[in-house]
Design a protein around this ligand. Structure first.
Ligand code: 5GP
Length: 187
């Protein structure tokens, strides 16, 4: 029987190495700043948890929950909404927004606009994954984990219909047999 599953494209080892590099870079860049990290849920939860632990600073954490797309279709700007807002006051803070993936760019663009209106001292964006081929709006990203081709990926926080978020690696959605699926879980 064929099942929808993901073939690994970024392994756990590659992920850990890159997260360490990003953590070191952010530690240097924010050494004399007042870092407030904002994880964009749900997708960024795994990356965010690893990234904050790779930064050696007295940072503060917060979260924002936005609507995600129910399908693989492109997001529609008008449909992006904040489901649950941050608790911390952004005004005067050095804010680093942490995303799972930037695709059309609409979600990041929407969030940047919302947060900039609250007058942070600075606002930067870090994303684990970037799919620049699919960009619809221009948005500057300050830290990128991996640049990917135009494929739908799951794992390490990213979902397909709210599943596969617990895969410990990043995989491309594909049709695989049950035997292959078992193999990939054991990777
Ligand atoms: P954008 O607004 O940049 O088009 O899309 C950003 C959001 O779309 C991400 O936060 C994520 O929830 C979802 N998304 C975009 N591409 C992918 C993908 O390849 N896999 C998964 N699981 N979600 C994606």
């Amino acid at each position: 029987m064929e099942r929808i599953f993901g073939r690994p494209i970024i392994t756990q080892d590659e992920m850990q190495k890159r997260v360490r590099e990003l953590g070191n870079q952010i530690t240097l860049d924010y050494a004399d700043k007042n870092l407030l990290m904002v994880g964009v849920l749900k997708g960024a939860f795994a990356f965010y948890a690893d990234l904050v632990r790779a930064i050696r600073l007295l940072l503060r954490v917060d979260f924002i929950v936005v609507t995600t797309r129910a399908t693989q279709k492109r997001s529609v700007a008008g449909k992006i909404k904040i489901l649950s807002d941050m608790a911390e006051d952004v005004t005067g803070q050095d804010v680093l927004l942490v995303e799972d993936i930037v695709d059309s760019g609409m979600t990041v663009s929407f969030l940047k606009k919302k947060l900039l209106a609250r007058k942070p001292k600075s606002l930067k964006v870090c994303t684990l994954l970037d799919k620049p081929e699919r960009r619809k709006v221009r948005v500057s990203i300050d830290y990128v984990g991996f640049t990917l081709p135009n494929k739908y990926v799951v794992g390490y926080g990213l979902d397909y219909q709210n599943r596969y978020r617990n895969l410990p690696y990043i995989a491309v959605m594909d049709k695989v047999s049950e035997a292959e699926e078992l193999f990939y879980w054991q990777e």
